[in-house]
Write a protein that binds this ligand. Sequence first.
Ligand SMILES: Nc1nc2c(ncn2[C@@H]2O[C@H](COP(=O)(O)OP(=O)(O)O)[C@@H](O)[C@H]2O)c(=O)[nH]1
Ligand SMILES: [Mg+2]
Length: 421
Amino acid sequence: MGNEGGSMNSEKTWFQEPLRLMRDKLLPKLPGPVKKQVEGEINRLEDIFLDYRSPRFAIVGRRGSGKSTFINGVFQSPVADIGSVKAQTGRGQWHSFHKTDDDTAAMDILDTRGLGEGTTPEELTDEKNSLSEGKNSLKTKCPDVFLFFVKAKEVDARIKEDIKQLQELRSFVEEVHSYIPPVIGVVTQVDELDPIYDTDPPFEKEKHQNINYAVSHLEEKLQDEIDGVIQVLPVCAYMAFKENEIVYDRRWNMEEVLHYLLNHLPGSTWLQWAKITQAQAIQKSIAKSIGKSASTINGGFGAQPIPIADMPIITGVQISMITSIAYISGRDLNRKSIMEFIGALGVNVGAAYAFRQAARSLSKVAFPGIGHVVSGTVASIATWSLCKAAIAYFIDRQTAEQAKKIFENTKNDEESPLDSH
Ligand SMILES: Nc1nc2c(ncn2[C@@H]2O[C@H](COP(=O)(O)OP(=O)(O)O)[C@@H](O)[C@H]2O)c(=O)[nH]1
Ligand SMILES: [Mg+2]
């Protein structure tokens, strides 16, 4: 990668400048209600790109309920130990799991030990201690979501103690952090339900009926003890690995669960969640959300003409948006390849790049010849078209030609900000 390629690793730099310029230079010029809306979107993007952190899940579930298997299924890699004695160490403490080759792609797990799983008196005392240990950990970090794991075959078992523990821990979080995390029930190991010969997804009708039964059964039990709307999702997370390679994949409904979780995670955790899961549905959701914010910001000027001097900021937001979509797609990219994409769309890369450079030091740049103006509506439509083209190209891996078609179909007849000069 050449010098002009630039580093893709510093997420902070992509949006930092254009957002700061938007806030400092353009926001004060906007009329009241629009100003509020644009400011809200700037805040959203700042959450995602400047305040990013790992998602945090507190899991309540018995030994063997499939927690470690689920974590491996999320990463599609054996990051957690399965079923062994070693796998039980570290419970009750926050633990950060990350991709083997990238410790910035991480999720934090608090595996609280199930109250109901103990049998011997020693284990019961031990579990009393572990509950307070779990609370100590919850004090240090607030979970985004509580996950309650139950084996499909055990939704009929006595799980009342476990649900009570869940409720107790959740109330504790509310007390210390003034935040009530959502509870999501996960019915695991659905492949083990009858009929047992039907082991491989997408499963036959009879299996689906039994899965639905298990889900509604757990829903009822949770609803009896937990306040608020409770969602229960079935999953099979089973994968087998040999020397870190996937040799068997029996996962079912996994991507749906991960996508569902995205909606319960704060924006500040989205980049990491996308990187970890590599799920297309998640990448697209986030990309669209970023595109909507960027379009609203760029369109915040409504009918007002945008002076040429402000256009580098608009272009800066667009380029940051494209860069972030490329990043989310998981492709190994540098600034040059972003410019290649923009070039493929048929817009003037030279101008775009110059604008980007200019945006860096806007206050110092004197623009020659004012006269070009663009309306906020056009800026907004152009930004949204670019978002859709970037999703097609980077996430759906369509050709540059297909991306160009998408770009042109949504593009207005008037000049887009990227076209000028
Ligand atoms: N058939 C099947 N087995 C599973 C599934 N998930 C976990 N297991 C098995 O259940 C056992 C316990 O799983 P583990 O993830 O270690 O549970 P944990 O104690 O909650 O972390 C292991 O032998 C796993 O291989 C699944 O979806 N299907
Ligand atoms: Mg485990």
